[in-house]
Ligand binder design. Structure first.
Ligand SMILES: C[C@@]1(CC(=O)O)c2cc3[nH]c(cc4nc(cc5[nH]c(cc(n2)[C@H]1CCC(=O)O)[C@@](C)(CC(=O)O)[C@@H]5CCC(=O)O)C(CC(=O)O)=C4CCC(=O)O)c(CCC(=O)O)c3CC(=O)O
Ligand SMILES: NC(=O)C1=CN([C@@H]2O[C@H](COP(=O)(O)OP(=O)(O)OC[C@H]3O[C@@H](n4cnc5c(N)ncnc54)[C@H](O)[C@@H]3O)[C@@H](O)[C@H]2O)C=CC1
Length: 212
């Protein structure tokens, strides 16, 4: 089994070439869109759900069969056709500095893509290292329930509060204690209930050095 190294790549405006425009390509596009990648799909056909994205310019569709020069500007490459020989040709054409995901051949891949839950800045990813993609998907569904939509606002609040604490306290035990007290579970509940005043009052107490 490969022990993959998990990283979060800043792929903004970098080119990701997806060869193939079917069901699997659609899943990969969905996880690339929030990362603001420059998504290029090379495929003679395009899944219905991708057509509006191509029309609105959110992805670029090259309506053609794969050729090696399609990879010229790619930082990442995803080979997602239903034809093994084409996926092999994509792999063959990739330069050594380009990272490739063979959606049909994990052992040949430089990287694999996890199942992902996004809640604003909070990003939860699940991988089974390819052992069971279906399990990764199921755990994702469980996480979506456990970490519901309110976490978006909650983590944004924590981010702002952390900046305020960092501006107020020097690095050291007092700052650490203040940051620790932000994890008081009531803050999540108040966020959930829209009790923003209570949340704010609690933060002000922390900033006054009254962290418990
Ligand atoms: C290795 C990896 C490479 C890669 O693609 O990155 C890979 C490979 C393969 N997947 C296959 C099948 C399925 N994949 C899914 C679903 C997902 N697959 C994803 C990732 C990965 N799939 C990478 C490892 C991830 C990990 O486990 O850590 C997810 C998590 C994320 C994503 O696609 O971005 C996404 C959930 C998206 C979401 O819900 O968010 C389902 C379930 C479903 O669709 O409902 C099935 C059918 C059930 C099953 O087979 O288990 C096959 C066999 C194809 C065949 O036999 O025809 C291969 C090929 C092989 O095993 O070599
Ligand atoms: N990683 C994953 O999560 C999964 C991977 N797979 C693998 O991914 C492969 C693709 O599956 P789907 O997307 O469901 O197939 P699909 O049939 O929906 O899509 C295949 C796409 O490849 C395009 N294509 C075919 N020949 C091409 C060429 N020469 N150049 C460019 N594009 C070409 C087709 O036009 C089509 O758009 C499967 O064969 C399977 O091995 C399957 C399920 C899940």
């Amino acid at each position: 089994m490969t022990n993959y190294f998990p990283i979060h790549i800043n792929i903004e405006y970098k080119t990701v070439v997806i060869v193939g425009g079917g069901h699997v390509a659609t899943q990969k596009v969905a996880s690339l869109l929030p990362a603001k990648a420059n998504i290029v799909v090379v495929s003679p056909t395009l899944d219905d759900s991708l057509v509006p994205l191509a029309e609105s310019g959110q992805i670029t569709w090259h309506e053609k069969e794969f050729e090696p020069r399609d990879l010229d500007d790619a930082s990442l490459i995803i080979a997602a056709t239903n034809d093994t020989s084409v996926n092999e040709a994509v792999q063959e054409a990739a330069q050594h500095w380009q990272l490739i995901n063979r959606t049909d051949a994990q052992a040949e891949s430089d990287f694999i893509t996890p199942a992902t839950v996004r809640r604003g800045p909070l990003v939860l990813t699940v991988s089974t290292s390819g052992a069971s993609p279906a399990l990764a998907r199921k755990i994702k569904a469980d996480l979506e329930e456990q970490f519901d939509a309110v976490y978006d606002d909650y983590v944004c609040f924590l981010q702002q509060a952390r900046l305020m604490i960092a501006a107020k306290f020097e690095k050291g035990p007092q700052r650490r204690a203040a940051l620790q007290s932000l994890l008081e579970p009531s803050l999540l509940e108040w966020t959930r209930n829209g009790e923003i005043d209570r949340r704010e009052a609690f933060l002000q107490q922390i900033l006054m050095g009254e962290a418990r």
